[in-house]
Design a protein around this ligand. Structure first.
Ligand code: Q46
Ligand code: ZN
Ligand code: ZN
Length: 322
């Protein structure tokens, strides 16, 4: 198979686009496509300050690399969850995120949950869930809160994440199985800030397949953590990804058209909006100031308050490492 642009041997064949490219043209194409998606979905402008959530994995580091090459004003945030799982997951992934930032002279905010709140995410989960569950729901709650906090406190306009098409299609599949219209309405390439002081959220990689992201990271020589978080095993999203991959094998492009036709349906008003009412019910949490629909303190603050000795004074600059 030959590169469509220059005729040398192709390294990537994207069957859904009927497009094969050599290494150089593939890397160039990924950067140009990302720019196209940023503009198409009005994600952000070159004048805005961007905060990229990086996990040390291929998607988030590739996203940061692409935005850096496109000369966006983009810093990173890494949240150290204190997850070991026999593979030193958190410390290895932090090392790789830091190495990536150092090599490019980029600024990485490091938020260490244990240093900040006295316990790791699995420990907080043990306390609040009596260890019955995986820590994923507590983990998601804490990550969302910390990203919003740093974005707000440090004055970023937009928070970007490395979700790829496989991630988005799996979430969509799950939300459709339960017809969760509230979630469906809020799923998309960009989510406006629905509360003062909150950053907009954007997913510039949402139209790239996972294999395209892996190819980008490898061809670019980005060092990333291959291991998934040990708690990811058995997650529903992995099961949905398998089903979608089987379909994709038979019908190349089905994942992309599933996602794009959903966006069209949503924009044409298929999911009528109970969310507008929900948004009106949000109020600022009296403790942290982030929006919540819970009466009184938000779920994050109530969770953290259960850790003995947790302080409630406002966080200072030194709580966010540069
Ligand atoms: S939620 Fe669960 Fe992930 Fe947190 S505990 Fe690991 S798998 S990292 S996206
Ligand atoms: Zn070429
Ligand atoms: Zn709160």
């Amino acid at each position: 198979m030959k590169c469509r642009k220059c005729g040398v041997k192709a390294v990537m064949n994207m069957r859904q686009h009927k497009l094969a490219l050599c290494k150089d043209h593939y890397l160039e194409w990924m950067v140009a496509q990302t720019q196209r998606f940023i503009e198409k979905y009005h994600m952000f402008t070159p004048q805005e300050r961007i905060l990229a959530a990086v996990s040390g994995g291929k998607d988030s580091l590739s996203l940061w690399d692409i935005l850096w090459r496109s000369e966006y004003n983009c810093d990173g945030i890494y949240i150290s969850l204190g997850i070991d799982g026999g593979v030193n997951y958190s410390s290895e992934s932090q090392k790789l995120a830091q190495k990536f930032a150092d090599e490019r002279g980029l600024k990485l905010h490091v938020v260490n949950i244990k240093n900040l709140y006295g316990e790791t995410v699995p420990e907080i989960n043990q306390r609040t869930r009596r260890g019955q569950d995986k820590p994923c729901s507590v983990c998601g709650l804490i990550k969302r809160h910390e990203m919003n906090r740093v974005a707000r406190d440090e004055g970023y306009d937009v928070l970007v994440t490395g979700h790829n098409l496989d991630d988005e299609a799996a979430v969509l599949f799950g939300n459709i199985l339960t017809w969760s219209t509230g979630y469906l309405l809020r799923q998309g390439p960009v989510l406006g800030a629905d509360h003062p002081g909150l950053a907009r959220k954007a997913k510039p990689l949402c139209r790239f397949y996972e294999r395209e992201m892996a190819a980008y990271a490898i061809l670019r020589g980005i060092e990333y953590i291959y291991d998934e978080c040990p708690f990811a095993e058995g997650a529903k999203s992995i099961y949905y990804k398998k089903i979608l991959n089987n379909m994709e094998g038979d019908r190349p492009g089905v994942k992309l058209s599933f996602y794009l036709s959903f966006l069209q349906a949503r924009d044409s008003g298929l999911f009528a909006s109970p969310v507008d009412d929900e948004a009106k019910l949000l109020h600022a949490c009296p403790t942290c100031g982030q929006p919540t629909s819970a009466p009184g303190d938000c779920t994050f603050c109530r969770t953290i308050a259960r850790i003995p000795g947790t302080r409630n004074e406002p966080l200072s600059d030194s709580d966010v490492g540069g």
